[in-house]
Each structure stands twice: as C-alpha cells, then as structure tokens.
Design a protein around this ligand. Structure first.
Ligand code: COI
Length: 363
C-alpha cells in the first residue's frame, strides 16, 4: 500500500474554528479524519481521508463488549517560523504497534501511517492553533469491529486518526497541580495491560479519579498493585522527583506506560549531563525526603500534560506541599526547553522534529 492509493474526500461544510486563546482539551475536532479498514485475509485496506463524521457500527461489534482497542496521543505544532512540525511521531506509532501486539490487534506499517498522518495534517493545516501553549492534538486509534459475541480477537478493525486543537490538559495550565496518592484502587499489575495504551486502563481509573476530584485534587498517583508501596504513574502522565539534587523516575516494569515525553526528558537531562535514576521509589521514601526538606520538586510528563509541575501530594490524609506549591527550577527549565524545541524557538539538537509543512508551502 502506498500514499498514492489514498482517496481524499474533502469536507464541503467547513466548521468555524475556535479562537486559539480559549482552547480547552479535546472538545472540538477538525474537518477531516483518516480511516482504513482491516479484514483478516486481506490485511489493512482502503485508506482514505474523509470529512470528520460519526461511525456506523453493528451493536454487536466487539469493541462495545470486550474493549479490544488501542490509542495514541501526539501533537502537531506551529513553529515561530510558521512551519508545522511533529515531535518524534515514529515513537508513537512504534508504541501503538506494541499496544497492538498486547491486545492481539494486527500490526500497522509505521511509515505508511506516518505518511497518512502528514497528509491529514496538510488537509487540515489551518487547524493548527498559534497561541502560546496550544497545539493540534492527534488521536490515532484502532477499534475491533467484527459483529461477534465470542471472546476472541476480532477479524476486522478500523484504524482512525482524528485531530483536535487544544490548550492545556489541566485547568491549572502550567501552574502546579495537586495529586492524591491512590491507596485503595489499582491501575495495573505486572503481566496486565498497564504498559499498553488501551482504553480499559483508563476506564478502570475513573473511579479513583472521581474520588480524588471530590477532594479537590486533579488526578491520582498510582502505586504498584501488589504492595501499594512503589510509585508507578499519574493517570495521564509519567512522574519524576527531584530529591536532594537527584532526579528520579520509576523504572519501567511492564505496568508503567513508556511515555515518549518521559523518554525525551531523560534524554534531555542526560544531554545536559544531569543523570536520571530510573529505579523503584516508594511513597515512604518520598515522605521521608519531604520531612527532611529534601523533596525539592515533582513533575509529570506526557504529550497532553507536557511538563506539569506537581505542587502537592495527598497520601493517607497527609498533605505534602512541594516547593511552596510553586513551579520548581528544573520543571520550568524542562518545560521551556521541550516547548522551545517543539515551537522552533530552541534548536532541535537531538533530532526530534519532523517537518510536515513549511510556511512557504502553506501560502
Ligand atoms: C497523552 O498524553 O496524549 C495521553 O494519551 C493521555 C491522555 C489519556 C489524555
């Protein structure tokens, strides 16, 4: 299958674009979407860009019953030179294939879907917002579509890409968020699907999220599912700590999502000669560091969340306020550098940027 096989049906009814100053996260969608089908025996076929529209699926489609689905989150940015760029997009599509493997969904051709995404962005290029802190969020996903109620991998799928101009994921914007440490519910255990980006992981997190919000916290920090001792991740981001000058993040253990932003932050810190310890870290260690005045910073990383400073943890009724609830120095430096690389105000020293459109070609 190559790019030339792709059909494009343009949307005749273009939507009004929201002001880029007031964008929220994931509420409005662009004029077009990419879609292609998979049928066992035939493979992936019929790639096409079509007007953004509802899907028509059989009520017995397997996605509705057993949740066999995967997704990704990535972003396109408008640089200061008005080019449109992507950040390490191949990493997201490689991870999508890892998730596919875990969920028994057929593999995608990474080069092909990246070309398809570039084409979709070109069609909807006017939707990439320009206000600082905004971007075009990209949601590729696969759903199982076979009409069948037996528990088995589906024989048919749809791969779809939709796009949404977004502002900050958290209502706090770039200000520190408050996070409640989850002591009752479990997100994932070793051998489960914690490492895959699949809807079920997020569905099972909602209850804890609801409780934490009722207490005034933005999200929960998940602990390991066995001992409820070691830190894993926050609902929509990986987590880092600065303790007594050392940067620490939980090691990948099969139940933590391998974030593209997480990897990039480790690489960026290493590039600055700041070592990062990837190891087990317990809440008890964090509490002790807090009481000794050594818990200097905490922050989350994610495509949607970018770099999100954490101003407070709640753990078993104890509130730990970090850096007086203010953004720490390393969190700020990482946020500025990462967004600078993405917006073209900082050089792309590590080769992370893929150009989709140049300012000249858009005119
Ligand atoms: C992302 O950071 O893109 C994610 O997929 C998190 C999402 C659940 C909002």
């Amino acid at each position: 299958m190559n790019q030339l096989d792709m059909e494009i049906i343009f949307n005749k009814k273009k939507k009004e674009k929201p002001s880029s100053q007031t964008l929220e996260f994931g509420k409005v969608f662009t004029d077009h979407m990419f879609i292609m089908d998979y049928t066992r025996g035939q493979g992936w076929h019929d790639p096409r860009i079509i007007p953004y529209q509802p899907l028509s699926l059989d009520p017995s489609a397997m996605i509705f019953h057993y949740g066999q689905s995967v997704f990704e989150g990535m972003k396109a940015y408008l640089t200061q030179d008005k080019d449109i760029v992507l950040f390490r997009p191949e990493k997201n599509f490689q991870r999508l294939n890892k998730s596919n493997d875990r969920l028994c969904i057929p593999q995608l051709d990474v080069d092909f879907v990246l070309e398809a995404l570039k084409k979709l962005i070109k069609v909807d290029n006017e939707w990439v917002p320009e206000a600082p802190g905004t971007s075009l969020y990209i949601r590729p996903f696969v759903i199982s579509t076979e009409p069948y109620l037996g528990v088995a991998p589906s024989d048919s799928y749809k791969f779809i890409i939709i796009m949404s101009p977004v502002g900050s994921y958290y209502k706090e914007g770039i200000h520190p968020v408050k996070i409640a440490v989850e002591t009752e519910f479990t997100r994932a255990v070793s051998g489960g699907t914690g490492e895959a980006k699949t809807g079920g992981n997020y569905a099972s997190s909602l209850k804890a999220q609801e409780v934490s919000e009722s207490l005034g916290y933005s999200q929960v920090l998940w602990l390991d599912g066995v001992e409820k001792k070691y830190v894993e991740e926050v609902g929509s981001m990986n987590v880092f700590f600065k303790i007594n000058g050392e940067i620490i993040t939980p090691e990948l253990n099969g139940s933590i999502l391998q974030g593209v932003t997480r990897t990039s932050i480790i690489e960026l810190l290493n590039h600055w000669n700041i070592p990062v310890a990837e190891r087990k870290i317990s809440m008890a260690e964090i509490r002790e560091a807090y009481h000794e005045g050594k818990l200097e910073e905490a922050f989350g990383t994610g495509t949607a969340a970018v770099i999100s400073p954490i101003g407070e943890f709640l753990w078993n009724d104890e509130k730990m306020v970090i850096n007086n609830g203010l953004t720490g120095e390393i969190s700020k430096k990482l946020y500025d550098s990462l967004t600078g690389i993405q917006n073209g105000t900082e050089p792309d020293l590590l080769g992370w940027i893929t150009k989709v459109l140049t300012a000249e070609s858009v005119k």
